[in-house]
Design a protein around this ligand. Sequence first.
Ligand code: HAM
Length: 431
Amino acid sequence: MAQKIQAVKGMNDLLPVEQKDFKLTAAFWQAFEDTVNRWTKRYGYRQIRTPIVEQTGLFVRSIGEETDVVGKEMYTFADNAGKTSLSLRPEGTASCLRAVVEHDLTYNAPQKLWYMGPMFRAEQPQKGRYRQFHQVGIEALGFEGPDIDAEIIAMCADLWAELGISEHLTLEINSLGNREERAAHRAALVAYLTAHENELDEDSKRRLKTNPLRVLDSKNPALQSICNAAPRLLDYLGEASQQHYAGFKALLDGLGIQYVENPRLVRGLDYYNQTVFEWTTDKLGSQATVCGGGRYDGLMEELGGRSTPSIGFAMGIERLLLLVHEYGRLNADVVPDVYVMQQGEGSTLAAMKYARELRAAGYDTAQYSGSQKLKAQIKRADQSGAHFALIVAEGELSDGTVTLKDMRGTHGQVTVPAQDLIQTLQQWKSE
Ligand code: HAM
């Protein structure tokens, strides 16, 4: 036998059935997609779809060369006989803004956009962390806030409520201030960390040189006391930044949305300023962040567009759905209403016609395909989970009757004139 070929490590198949170590089915996923379609529409956001491959320079310029995402995790390859460097997108914001600038979408009016799709990061795979993963993201372009900052948080909170997972998510917020405030804080932080350089681990020593703010992100328990005592960015915020942050918090308070202020929340991508936030859970082990985002007021200009204050977030669909699967609710019912079987000469065509009639009347209808005996067909009908079964038998074709069987309820089995089929089903369903 030829050797089997397996999926690439860290990339999942979505199957009609649950897998041992990956519980999400395609139907569950699709039910979530339907929810997202309704949710974004309710908030007046419009969808944008961009390619999954972009020029590498786009991500270097927007996410930042020194970030883990760009520095270590991108799938990059040469195209065009080695002349162009392309990368699989590791996130959606850069592509979204590239498209908005390219097509001048914000020329007439600000834009509220959303997207959904696969992203790629060459991380070490584990539960909740994959190499191909999926995000739903929104980007609100051309809004100064803080009202929009609060709107997108409320938007998240509504989705968590709809999915029944609100109690498992905590909102953490912080403000990163503006460029000058960050520079002043950075200088103080570098001085402080340099004074403690001997106590830092290798990773933090490297970050001290490249991106000192990220040292505060360290998960190393030995560094927690140093990090806790480090200069806080919040203390370096000027009047305008403080007002923005206070306005944001006042709106959250007014909306009754609870949050925790985390002055060490810095996010892993370079484009952020002012408001940043993450929704975290203690139910997914170390992959605790389900959704993250913030303002990136300078990014559009850096990508060649006009200065456009903006904010957005993205949630990891796998992480979110693992949480929903275990603790929340999402109706992923894919069982057919009716399962159609056939028996004997000439019954296949008649069964196909009845099945189409049922579908046209709004019943999800699966039809048996093949030539097994009725007993085997009934077994299939049972496996399908269908509520009702229709048996189209050769002997009944001439007198224009069909047999209906209630597979789950108390109506038993009846033979009715074919023209009464839909009516009988309607009656059974309503009882
Ligand atoms: P991010 O924090 O890099 O932000 O990713 C957002 C979410 O994607 C994470 O909170 C996590 O749930 C999920 N995620 C990230 N990496 C993986 C992975 N390897 N496996 C599974 N899930 C993962 C961004 O991507 C920004 N573009 C968000 C944003 C939009 N900010 C402003 N607008």
